[in-house]
Design a binder for this molecule. Structure first.
Ligand code: GLN
Length: 541
C-alpha cells in the first residue's frame, strides 16, 4: 500500500516548501524507502514554459521534455525519484483535461462542476503515482493556504483519506513563526490562523514545520501544539540556514521528522545512511580554494532565473573543494560599460540560456573577452549560440553573423531555426524539449570531462547551429565536439587552444547533483581554480 504525504504552506509564500519537500524525500530515501514526488501548482498556465522568468523563475526541464516548476529541480537534486510529466500539474492542465473529457462526452450529460469533477481529476493525478514500486508519494501543494486558487487542490487532498484511509495519509504544514523585534519574542498567532484555515477546509495537519529565524523554546512549541491540535513532538523547528540549503535535511532529521513520518505510517526502516550528505557539507564548510564566476544573462537581477546553474556551480565547488562566488551580471550592463571593466576580476564565465534580443551583444562581447583572455567559459543554450556568433564574426571573418532569432536579414545566419520548427505557431510545449543523445569527439575537452563518448542531455530550444557554416567555423578553429548521433545537429562546440571554452546547446545544469557535480560544471570550476591560482601567482610575482 502506497502512503501519501501532502505538504502545504501557510502564512506567506517563499517559505521553502519545495526545499522542505525535497528534504523529506531525501530523508525517506536515506531510510531505504521508495519515494515519488509531485507538485501541484494553482495557476492557470498549462505549464511554466510560457511564463517570463520574472514571474516564475527558471523553467525546469525533465528527461521526458516536460517544462516544470523549479521546485522539481530540488526534488531531483535531493532524491533519486524518477520525475515525469506526472510530477507537476497545474490548474490549467487539470481544467484542460476536464474540458477535453466534457467535449468528448465522457460526463454523459452531467453538469460538470469543481466538486466532484475537477477534484476527481486532481485525486486521479495524485493517485496515479501510487504503485507497487512506491512506498510514499510526496505531493506538494503550491501557493499558500487561504488563496482562492488553491482551494480545489486542498479539497481534493481532503477527500483522499476518505478514499484510501486516514492512516495512509499524512498532512505536513509548513508555516512561519516570525520574530517580532519590538516585542522581543516569537509570534505563534499567524501559525494558529493558518492552521485554523486548513481545519475549516477539513484538513487537520499531522505535523507542523515552523520556519523561524530564532529557535523555538518548549513554551512556543507547547502553545503551537495546543492551539493547532497537534502533538508536541509534531511541532518541528526549521531554523533559517544562512550557510547552505543542503543543511535543511540534516536539521529536519535532527528534529526527528523522518522518525515521526515512519511512526505515523507504522513503517519499518533501516537506520538512515547520510554519510554522503555529511561529507558534502564538510567539503562546503572547508574549502581549499576560492573562485569567482560571472554569470552574464538577461535576468541577472532575478534570484531564481538561473537557479539550477547557481546550484550546479556549487556542486562543482563541492567536488573541487572550492568556494564558488557567483556574480550575476546583466548583459545590457556589459553593452554599456564594456567587458573589460565588468569581467576582468573573474576566474570564469557562464552565459546561460535565454530568449529575445535584449542584451545579446553584451553576451557576445563577454564571450569574446573570455575567449581572448583565456578565461574559462561555459556557454549554455543561447550562451552556446552567442559563442558561435562570436567565433563567426571575430575568428572566421563572417561580418554581421547572427542568429535568425534576432536578425532575419543577417548575411551569415550561423544560428537558424531547427528544421522541425518550421511551421510551428503554438508557443506552449513546442520547442525541441527533453533528453536527446549525443556523440562526443574522441579526445575533446567534453569527452574528457564526461569520461565517455555517448551522453544524453536535456534540451529546450528552437534554434540550432547552422550546418552550412560548419566547415568555415571549423577552419577558423572551432571544434565541433558533440553532435546528435546522426551527425546532423551540433550539440557542443569548444576551442582547442584555450584552457576551457566549452559551449553546449543543451542544459547540463538540470542534471547536476550536490553528491555528483555535472562534468561540465566540474570542468569549469576546475579550470577556474587553476586560473585563480595562476593569477594569484602573477600578482605575487
Ligand atoms: N532562444 C534560443 C533558442 O530558442 C535559446 C534557447 C535557450 O537558451 N533555452 O534556440
Amino acid at each position: 500500500m502506497t502512503r501519501h504525504l501532502f505538504v502545504t504552506g501557510g502564512v506567506v509564500s517563499s517559505l521553502g516548501k519545495g526545499l522542505t519537500s525535497a528534504s523529506i524525500g531525501m530523508l525517506l530515501e536515506a531510510r531505504g524507502l521508495r519515494v515519488k514526488m509531485q507538485k501541484l501548482d494553482p495557476y492557470i498556465n498549462v505549464d511554466p514554459g510560457t511564463m517570463s522568468p520574472y514571474q516564475h523563475g527558471e523553467v525546469y526541464v525533465l528527461d521526458d521534455g516536460s517544462e516544470t516548476d523549479l521546485d522539481l529541480g530540488h526534488y531531483e537534486r535531493f532524491t533519486t525519484t524518477p520525475l515525469t510529466r506526472d510530477s507537476n500539474y497545474t490548474t490549467g492542465q487539470i481544467y484542460l483535461s476536464v474540458i477535453n473529457k466534457e467535449r468528448r462526452g465522457e460526463f454523459l450529460g452531467k453538469t460538470v462542476q469543481v466538486i466532484p469533477h475537477v477534484t476527481n481529476e486532481i485525486k486521479e493525478v495524485v493517485r496515479r503515482l501510487a504503485d507497487d514500486d512506491t512506498d510514499i508519494v510526496i505531493t506538494e501543494i503550491g501557493g499558500t493556504v487561504g488563496d482562492i486558487e488553491s482551494l480545489p487542490f486542498l479539497e481534493a487532498i481532503r477527500q483522499i483519506p476518505l478514499d484510501i484511509g486516514r492512516e495512509n495519509c499524512m498532512f505536513i504544514h509548513l508555516t512561519l513563526v516570525p520574530y517580532l523585534k519590538a516585542a522581543g519574542e516569537l509570534k505563534t498567532k499567524p501559525t494558529q490562523h493558518s492552521v485554523g484555515l486548513l481545519r475549516q477546509i477539513g484538513i487537520q495537519p499531522d505535523v507542523l514545520i515552523c520556519r523561524t529565524e530564532r529557535g523555538l523554546d518548549v513554551s512556543d512549541r507547547e502553545k503551537i501544539a495546543l492551539f493547532c491540535n497537534v502533538p508536541l513532538e509534531a511541532v518541528i523547528e526549521e531554523r533559517d540556514k544562512d550557510f547552505s540549503i543542503y543543511e535543511v535535511p540534516l536539521s529536519l532529521q535532527n528534529n526527528r521528522l523522518d522518525e515521526l513520518i515512519l511512526k505515523r505510517f507504522g513503517m519499518q526502516s533501516i537506520s538512515p545512511d547520510l554519510d554522503q550528505w555529511h561529507d558534502l557539507l564538510h567539503r562546503l564548510r572547508n574549502p581549499e580554494h576560492e573562485i569567482s564566476i560571472a554569470v552574464v544573462g538577461k535576468y541577472a537581477d532575478h534570484r531564481d532565473a538561473y537557479k539550477s546553474i547557481y546550484e550546479a556551480l556549487d556542486h562543482g565547488g563541492i567536488e573541487h573543494r572550492a568556494q564558488v562566488r557567483v556574480q550575476p551580471i546583466k548583459s545590457e550592463d556589459v553593452e554599456r560599460e564594456g567587458a573589460e571593466r565588468l569581467l576582468s576580476g573573474f576566474d570564469g564565465l557562464i552565459v546561460p540560456g535565454g530568449f529575445g534580443e535584449r542584451g545579446i551583444e553584451g553576451k557576445v562581447e563577454a564571450i569574446r573577452f573570455a575567449r581572448e583572455r583565456g578565461m574559462p567559459f561555459l556557454g549554455i543554450c543561447l550562451g552556446m549560440q552567442c559563442a558561435v556568433i562570436d567565433v563567426a564574426r571575430n575568428l572566421a571573418g563572417l561580418e554581421g553573423a547572427h542568429s535568425t532569432e534576432f536578425s532575419r536579414s543577417t548575411p551569415h545566419p550561423v544560428i537558424c531555426l531547427l528544421e522541425e520548427q518550421h511551421g510551428v505557431v503554438e508557443k506552449g510545449g513546442t520547442m525541441r524539449l527533453g533528453s536527446q543523445p549525443a556523440i562526443l569527439l574522441d579526445g575533446s575537452k567534453a569527452a574528457l570531462a564526461y569520461g565517455t563518448q555517448s551522453i544524453s542531455e536535456r534540451h529546450r530550444h528552437r534554434y540550432e547551429f547552422n550546418g552550412h557554416y560548419r566547415n568555415a567555423l571549423e577552419a577558423a578553429g572551432l571544434v565541433v565536439s558533440g553532435t546528435s548521433p546522426d551527425g546532423s545537429l551540433v550539440e557542443i562546440v569548444e576551442l582547442a587552444d584555450h584552457p576551457w571554452f566549452v559551449a553546449v546547446q543543451f542544459h547540463p545544469e538540470f542534471k547536476s547533483k550536490p553528491t555528483q557535480a555535472h562534468p561540465l560544471f566540474s570542468g569549469l570550476v576546475a579550470a577556474s581554480v587553476v586560473r585563480h591560482a595562476g593569477s594569484a601567482w602573477v600578482t605575487e610575482a
